[in-house]
Design a protein around this ligand. Sequence first.
Ligand SMILES: Nc1ncnc2c1ncn2[C@@H]1O[C@H](COP(=O)(O)OP(=O)(O)OP(=O)(O)O)[C@@H](O)[C@H]1O
Length: 226
Amino acid sequence: MIDCEGVTKRFTLHNQGGTVIEVLSRADVQVAPGECVALTGASGAGKSTLIRMIHGNYLVEEGRITVGGVQVSGADARTVLRLRRETLGYVSQFLRVVPRVPAIDIVAEPLLTAGWHADAARAHAAGLLTRLNVPERLWGLGPSTFSGGEQQRVNIARGFARNYPALLLDEPTASLDATNRDVVLSLIREAKARGAAILGIFHDENARSQVCDRVVDVSAFRPVAT
Ligand SMILES: Nc1ncnc2c1ncn2[C@@H]1O[C@H](COP(=O)(O)OP(=O)(O)OP(=O)(O)O)[C@@H](O)[C@H]1O
């Protein structure tokens, strides 16, 4: 479902004398439906960079990335947006807050985009916010004043609102207490059970061992020193 073959990434810092940072060389990562794979490796090894390339945020220099048979590497913006709308969910580490949009609408938005009726979308969003222990008094407020953990739970509710066939998770349990961490782990297990392919970064080893079937250490794709 998620397929990276021979992926190479380097950054050229044009504003710093054209310094080139080699990050990944010929990375191969495959995630099958129903599988959860964790990316590991030291800080700076390139875990987030690989996730961002799969999500279509960073260009792929060499190699090929496909998600559900759709080629991400070299894709135009329209293809990437369609992929994100229909196939590939992403829970980033931080919620990107849109001013004045209530939390419940942030969660319901991917469902509305998918054609859900507004009432059904809000009911589904309410169910997720309840599960993630976001107090109902906050649902109608914009999350800019929420705590870090509250914002992250809104973010997770949004990421899990749709049953995406593929899901990218960037530290989904960071800044959560034990109770909410367990809710997130349940959401991940449910997504796997319905066949989602999940690729994530989990610094919490305990969380990783509970839901991940395999680990891929991106240090194995470290470029040879130049
Ligand atoms: N947009 C960018 N421009 C320049 N360099 C970048 C950019 N994004 C990442 N890098 C560099 O790529 C390398 C890998 O970064 P990345 O964030 O992927 O590491 P990581 O394994 O996710 O680390 P961590 O565990 O600390 O989050 C780092 O050296 C970083 O400085």
